[in-house]
Write a protein that binds this ligand. Sequence first.
Ligand code: ZN
Ligand code: ZN
Length: 355
Amino acid sequence: MQNRIERLRKKMKECGLDCALVTGLANIRYLSGFTSCDATVLVTDKSCCLFTDFRYTIQAAEQTKGYEIIEPQAGKLTESIKEIMERDGCGRCAFEENLLTVGLYERMRALPVTFVPWGDALSALRMLKTPAEIESLQRAQTLADRSFSELLGRMHPGMTEREVVAELNYIGARLGSEGASFDPIVGSGPNGAMCHAVPSDRRLRDGDLVVLDFGCIVDGYHSDMTRTVAVGSVSDECRRIYDIVLEAHERALRALTPGITGKELDAVARDYIAEQGYGACFGHSLGHGFGLEIHEQPTASVRSETVFEPGMTITIEPGIYVEGLCGVRIEDCCVVTETGYRDFVSSAKELLVIS
Ligand code: ZN
Ligand code: ZN
């Protein structure tokens, strides 16, 4: 944790900032170890303070090291932060412009500092994962792989999409996941064409492709995988689409090495899908980083200039979505290594058939 604070302070200094007001829960957890949902952190060049209320002060003292735990009087958070800023002589303060509510910002404007939007820089601190973080991610994905394999034994035609979600959540929790990385996506038949389908009462039936996108959490770290399975026998077109997505996925994995940029990686899968005639049916990015949040920096997208380095996480998730017919997505979550990548996912990728 101390090392993280040092990196933050170094970056603050480079940018002429003398404090950072942190309100995003993932950044708070990363910088302090505190896991609760009610906290504000102020890191100055002299001190680290965590403001929380009576419900969490014991937990905060147990989970953090080197932090002053401050319990402001009800409604007096701004005053409390102001005291510390004055004590530590703060003038320019970083804040997370994408995470601060307008209401809180209005109150914070009374503080005696100049605010500098710095959200991306704060989140970028989390981009390179340590061996311990990588271990937690692997454990999270191992739970997801085990959940998937158990789910396959329980899925059957006639089951609704919502029942599949309930099974996934139950199996994951029973195996030890701290929760679902996000509400699982289960899209069967034509529903699969909605990349982020909301599970419905539609029943799985012969001829469906079913998109299953889900993840588990260990130590706060999120995994993310997608598999598409067949119910009974699927049409030739569905089968062809599956094979194209699989090939695009494997080509992108082979290209994943340090030095490649996000947009070069994205193009490997996108160009292949376009060559096969489905360019218009792949409307989202190839992948995203993951860690304490399910979506983190970097991204692999048409606009991403990020140069991949060892320690960065990225999902490889090409898809083809054909309205009225089906969706196919195959997703692995990986970390870049010195020589290429480590794939956290071990589940098979050949088209699995449920009957
Ligand atoms: Zn996913
Ligand atoms: Zn994903």
